[in-house]
Design a protein. Sequence first.
Length: 277
Amino acid sequence: MGTKNTVLTFKNAKRKNEKLTMLTAYDYSTAKLMDEAGINAILVGDSLGMVVLGYEDTLAVTMEDMLHHTKAVARGTKEALVVTDMPFMSYQTSVYDAVCNAGRLIKEGHAHAVKLEGGVEICPQIKAIVAASIPVMAHIGLTPQSVNAFGGFKVQGKDEDTARKLIEQAQAVEEAGAFAVVLECIPSKLAELISQSISIPTIGIGAGNGCDGQVLVYQDMLGMYSDFTPKFVKRYAEIGEQMNAAFVRYIDEVKTGEFPGPKHTFAISDDVIEKLY
């Protein structure tokens, strides 16, 4: 039995210079496997819009989607910190909506914390959610819910003005009360500078190893989602290929009659069968 991960785990890890680990999960069995492996945190990401529900981006994901998947992940988790993404338009509309929807993810979904995309402009929402005793993870850099405003999935902070703005955003979300911040698609040296400029942990995705921790979408790192593979993804296994091969083999064995074989079937006495004729 390990130790339950909390927001204090994150705070202490940064202080001790220990790297934090986070992966996405959207269902009970995957969350259980990650939890047993010893992951610090599981993100129920709105990335489920793309990798689970098949949308082109994350914008169509609803609160109901997030609640449904968060409940499943929470049931499979004993020690990991469960963080849930607040979906597009669940917090941008008003501070009141943000607190209500964050509350639903904690109360109904059984998440431990919520994640919001954005910097200075959503600090009032972060402050209000934290004031309601709900931990908030921030998210700056490439924020997928702003894909239309960015004009696509592009690296952020490559010139002095945008780089300076990202440092200011990181400091603003810390000031607002976030316990950690995701840095997505930011040049590694800038991400390292941001990590040094704030006292809360940074969780990188496409932001180099100077961050205090890392997060990946699990279907990406296992080769299960082939529609698009970002540069920052490392494939730790080719599970997608193995799954495809297993499906093909199953289809073949069913068609040839090889499956189910004797060891996969239940027996009955011949005497009983004879009486049925």
